[in-house]
Ligand binder design. Structure first.
Ligand code: HEC
Length: 423
């Protein structure tokens, strides 16, 4: 039982970040079963790394080094110890006190304890015969073989240094009928330079006038290595006939000239889904962030015009983004925090996918609160002397509180009538 004590102290170290979570249970290597003297790379740690680190820390992953064998992991041991205990890795930015998320990357208490036990006790290699099969990343697409593959309209060349402005591309995919998307994945053409890809759709002026829902929507926002978008059975994301796509590409220079042409894969269904996933994009466009402001608050509120069930959140700010929070006030006066990002990190444009959809009855006030740091304490701040306003470029700012919600298909017309955009 000595081991359990150790586990408890390791957990206490990062108490602020740890909370019981069901979502990770399936990946949880059962530490309670492990005997400290026997924790080995071959048996437990390799499996833990496969489940928790390797999607990014592998040769084709987004992390700067791989952890796919004993030698590599051992070589990084000291750093691993530090980053898992201070909660920096796996990367996850939501305060665990609010909401439960399917894609929560944090280690469970058991996993953390197991890792620490191994790191602190000589990092035994164990018996190679116990090693798991190498993970199969299934070729390129993680969603399977997409029904529709769309290619970024232009190949781009990225200069070795400097700030690369966001690049936008619009595309007519030629959709003659409504498309029901059940899974979507954006695949970086060149993982070294692609920072994130956001694809939205819109109905151009005059196109598909009879379409009853919103005239623009979200399709996928992803950093390379993130989970593809997957809907639940009976649900789909609708791209109306005639819609055009808009790609927002964010590149980070690597010191060399790089080229990229990314792709978007869609899995679709011919069956009419019972429910549709739509996106609401409230934001605060009136941004006026004073020079040197350390903690400038910006907020916006809208009231749900109908019952909705929220399935995911994606807060969006740029380099001066510091914190972001989604709060609600129900019609009966109760208040709740749905998502809190106390330390927003522009480098991780994450979507937070709820384990259980959140029901908001008609008349709920959705309150979005962002904080910006325009001081020189913010290491990403391109210029603390600037008065900052809304703009596409990373040295300008944005304040958007995207969230996906589910409605019954027959309620689509309702959405338009009561336009949900809280802008
Ligand atoms: C979602 C992708 C992802 C996952 C999952 C992930 N990492 Fe990382 N890791 C990164 C990236 C990217 C970096 C480079 C630094 C950065 O961008 O924060 C990094 C950096 C590191 C570093 C170097 C520390 C530093 O400050 O540069 C260590 C050590 C590390 N990761 C360990 C782990 C361990 C251990 C796990 C699993 C328990 C893990 N990572 C899971 C993406 C990931």
């Amino acid at each position: 039982m000595k081991w359990l004590l150790k586990a408890a102290s390791a957990v206490a170290l990062s108490a602020g970040l740890m909370a019981p979570q069901a979502s990770a249970a399936e990946n949880d290597v059962d530490a309670a079963q492990a005997d400290i003297s026997k924790v080995s790379y071959a048996k437990e740690v390799s499996r833990l790394i496969q489940a928790r680190c390797e999607t990014c820390h592998r040769p084709e992953g987004i992390a700067p080094f791989s952890m796919t064998n004993y030698r590599q992991v051992r070589g990084w041991a000291k750093m691993i110890k530090e980053v898992i205990n201070d909660g920096r890795m796996p990367p996850w930015h939501a305060d665990p006190r609010y909401g439960h998320f399917k894609n929560d990357r944090r280690l469970t208490e058991h996993e953390l304890a197991l890792f620490n036990a191994w790191l602190d006790n000589g990092m035994a290699k164990g018996d190679d015969a116990d090693l798991p099969e190498p993970a199969n990343y299934g070729g390129e697409w993680r969603v399977g073989t997409p029904d529709i593959v769309l290619v970024q309209p232009e190949e781009v060349t990225i200069d070795p240094t400097g700030v690369v402005p966001y690049m936008y591309f619009t595309q007519d995919p030629g959709f003659k009928e409504d498309i029901y998307v059940t899974a979507a994945e954006a695949l970086a053409g060149n993982i070294k330079v692609v920072h994130h890809i956001i694809v939205t759709w819109f109905l151009p002026e005059g196109v598909n006038k009879e379409y009853p829902g919103q005239r623009e929507g979200f399709l996928i926002g992803t950093a390379p290595g993130d989970m593809p978008l997957l809907t639940e059975p009976g649900q789909a994301r609708l791209i109306p006939a005639g819609a055009h796509l808009r790609w927002q590409m964010h590149y980070t220079p690597t010191g060399k000239v790089e080229k990229d042409q990314s792709r978007l894969g869609l899995m679709t269904t011919k069956e009419m889904p019972a429910e549709l996933i739509m996106t609401n994009s409230p934001g605060q466009y009136q941004l006026d962030i004073p020079p040197h402001a350390e903690n400038h608050m910006v907020e916006t509120t809208y009231t749900t015009p109908q019952d909705i069930r929220i399935v995911s959140f994606m807060p969006h700010m740029h380099l001066r983004g510091k914190a972001y929070r989604y709060e609600v006030k129900y019609p009966d006066g109760r208040e709740e925090i749905l998502l809190d990002i106390p330390k927003y990190d522009f480098n991780w444009q994450a979507t937070y996918r709820l384990t259980e959809p959140k029901f908001l009855p008609k008349g709920t006030q959705v309150h979005l609160v962002a904080h910006f740091d325009n001081s020189d304490k913010n290491p990403y701040n391109p210029d603390p002397n600037k008065n900052v306003h809304w703009g596409d470029q990373t040295w300008e700012e944005m304040m958007i509180g995207w969230h996906d919600f589910v409605i019954k298909r027959e309620d689509l017309a309702q959405v338009e009538k009561t336009s949900l955009s809280g802008d």
